[in-house]
Design a protein around this ligand. Structure first.
Ligand SMILES: *Cc1c(COP(=O)(O)O)cnc(C)c1O
Length: 392
């Protein structure tokens, strides 16, 4: 298995000396577990019987007519917890138990990763502390309650802009102080090595399943595979299975916010520049003085001012194309899918749907496009209602 900390010029392990031993211990434990049939069998069993894998691949007929080719949706919205995040938290928390860790710490932005960690912590019997920006605690009350019902402690973070990037900083600081008995469950394919590779490995089940399923449905590989990109975990989980197939175009869709300029969006791979954040070298949204700028999107799950290092590399080498969709485009895509397919996608996933809709007519009728529907939209109801009520 590849254990290089780098993806081209990106990645690495830019942390304080105090965290280095913990990251080396984690890397060794994961490398050992990944090759252990017993660990993989336990994970596969939980993915199947607890989380509901394999998730279906659905031929979206109405959307196919609209786009002018065969559109397939990989239904991660049907996974227990309502999004792909459960794949990653099950893997990491099983690893934590294997390492003999006694407590879990996690960061969360909109609350989805915090909920997924709290859920699996409850399942596997490890206490969970979740760091969450104070602003997000106020905005995302249902997720705070969910975490508390699972028995987790939610710690509001007042520092900086009281949002996701500050929650990550505090979670890392907490981990530094408790490395002996604590496992840091990181929520996306970013951060210091080995997290980008480890999270990719736990999410790769999405692409591996979809590859088999679409070949069974159409007799061949898709012409294009599309996913939304926040930190990049659901996208890399899908793309990993197709990176070596040059006939499959890969597209990552970031949040373009209100679409009114660089300061107003979260399209890191379009507007970002190289820099170091959260223990990795990647691209990030920063001003001329190197101050990190907040990302702003209608979908809080895409509000990360950086992106996983592998995506920065895949952009540079041209293997993946990165595009963006605006808040309004994502909202329209959510409504279209709801009305024509009876599926309520998460606002994050709606960005991927929106990009495909905007390309209508581009593919031949026999072509197929695979979209990762990363999560369900129930968590976004209040927000969508507000946006539709107030914005139109
Ligand atoms: C968290 C989340 C995302 C963004 O995270 P990635 O790591 O980029 O996948 C996308 N979709 C849903 C439904 C999410 O909850």
């Amino acid at each position: 298995m590849n254990l290089s900390p780098y993806f081209g010029a990106y990645g690495g392990r830019f942390v304080s000396e105090l965290l280095m031993p913990a990251l080396l211990e984690l890397e060794a434990a994961w490398a050992d577990a990944a090759l252990d049939p017993a660990f993989n069998a336990e994970l596969a069993d939980l993915l199947r019987h607890y989380a509901g894998r394999p998730t279906p691949l659905y031929h979206a007929r109405a959307m196919s007519r609209t786009v002018g080719c065969n559109v397939f949706l990989k239904r991660e919205d049907l996974l227990h917890g309502g999004a792909h995040k459960t794949n990653n938290t099950l893997g990491q928390v099983l690893l934590a138990k294997r390492m003999g860790k006694k407590r879990l710490v996690a960061e969360t932005g909109a609350g989805q990763h915090g909920v997924a960690t709290a859920m699996v912590g409850a399942l596997l019997g490890l206490p969970v502390t979740v760091f969450m920006g104070a602003k997000d605690v106020a905005r995302q009350q249902p997720n705070v309650l969910r975490m508390q019902l699972f028995g987790a402690e939610v710690r509001p973070v007042e520092a900086g802009s009281a949002s996701l990037k500050d929650a990550i900083n505090d979670a890392m600081r907490h981990w530094t102080e408790h490395v002996e008995d604590t496992f840091y469950v990181f929520g996306t394919a970013a951060g210091p090595h080995p997290y980008p590779r480890m999270v990719r490995a736990f999410q790769r089940v999405i692409g591996d399943e979809a590859r088999v399923q679409i070949q069974a449905a159409t007799g061949r590989l898709p012409d294009c595979a599309v996913a939304c990109v926040g930190g990049g975990s659901n996208a890399i989980g899908l793309f990993a299975a197709f990176l070596d197939d040059p006939s499959v175009a890969l597209v990552g869709v970031e949040a373009g916010g209100r679409g009114t300029g660089a300061g107003e969006h979260g399209a890191t791979l379009t507007a970002g520049t190289p820099g170091i954040i959260h223990g990795m070298r990647s691209v990030l949204l920063q001003n001329d003085d190197g101050q990190v700028q907040e990302a702003h999107s209608i979908s809080a799950g895409l509000d990360y001012p950086s992106v996983g290092p592998e995506h920065a590399h895949l952009r540079d080498i041209g293997r993946v194309q990165y595009a963006s969709a605006t808040d309004d485009e994502a909202l329209a895509a959510l409504q279209l899918l709801a009305r024509t397919e009876g599926i309520l996608p998460a606002l994050e996933s709606s960005h991927a749907i929106a990009w495909v809709l905007a390309q209508a007519g581009r593919w031949r009728p026999t072509d197929s496009v695979l979209i990762n529907l990363s999560g369900r939209g129930d968590k976004d109801l209040a927000h969508v209602g507000q946006a539709l009520g107030g914005g139109q």
